[in-house]
Design a protein around this ligand. Sequence first.
Ligand SMILES: [Zn+2]
Length: 364
Amino acid sequence: MDFFAKSALLSRGWAQDVLLRTDEDGLLSEVRSNARPTRASLRLAGPVLPGMPNLHSHAFQRAMAGLAESAGKEPDSFWTWREVMYRFVSRLDPEQLGAIAAQLYLEMLKAGYTSVAEFHYLHHQPGGRPYDDLGEMANRIVRAAQQTGIGLTLLPVLYAYGGFGGKQPARGQARFINGADRFLRLVQELKARHDNKLNMRIGIAPHSLRAVTKGLLSETLTGLNRMDDTAPVHIHIAEQTREVEDCQEWSGMRPVTWLYNHFDVGQRWCLVHATHINRMEAWMVSNSGAVAGLCPTTEANLGDGIFPLGLYMRGEGSFGIGSDSHISVSPIEDLRWLEYVQRLRREIRNVAATDRQRHVGMRL
Ligand SMILES: [Zn+2]
């Protein structure tokens, strides 16, 4: 099919009279500027932008947006929000998860996201017993992506502990828990079933340094590398000041420093949030080629803190955005929040500009 746009943003910048051709799978096969519309081409009304990847999603949380917006007796925080989320999660069944994900992915496509990295931790039955099919819940996510046509990076989550140093998990976490063996079996089964699908990738997501130990993470990465040593690895890190303090108390190091000291973190890694990083850590992340996974509307909603964007931009670090808890599903809103909180905090303008790209909107 042919599409024709008066203007479109291509890798070289804005182009005029652009013909976009797709093949029978719906993938772009040709992009030509200063072209003429073919007779069959569909004329697109406005300027055309490339699709935005949504690099961090917990699909089920779409259905609890709003549920935690009334104040409790104690001051509310990320940790009180998490209690509400655990109560909500204890009731979801596979069919409901599939329906929520399909609605969400359609909303994403309408908002301009064309692919999503699903950080999927809801594995087992309420109470923690695995389903007969280990991939029961994950398969619902895949089906929702196939139904709607969004590209999917499926990241089954490795979650084994309830705090730094291998603490026992809490009851609310029972549906998430796997050891290395069962987790790797899940990844293997998902790969066998879905690896040949179009626009689909399988990686893993160690939930956070709270949820794994060094031994467990090494063992899992070794197992993963045997299957695919380029598979993406996403992890929540340094989202909350309490998390940073707990990590320092446990190891004497801040979370990002600990991770870089113990693992070979490079381009296949996405560090989700990385909100509370210092100058040295910002340099480590940007220098390693890892991607900072920023979720500004969720981080604002949860009261997480503000990512040091200016500092990170100086090292020209890679970053992307995710709608995470889906309190908002709009790349425009997430990018605007990313820049505007920096302006509010620092009382300056155009923070996301770099030496190479002075225009903030274009950079974002
Ligand atoms: Zn998350």
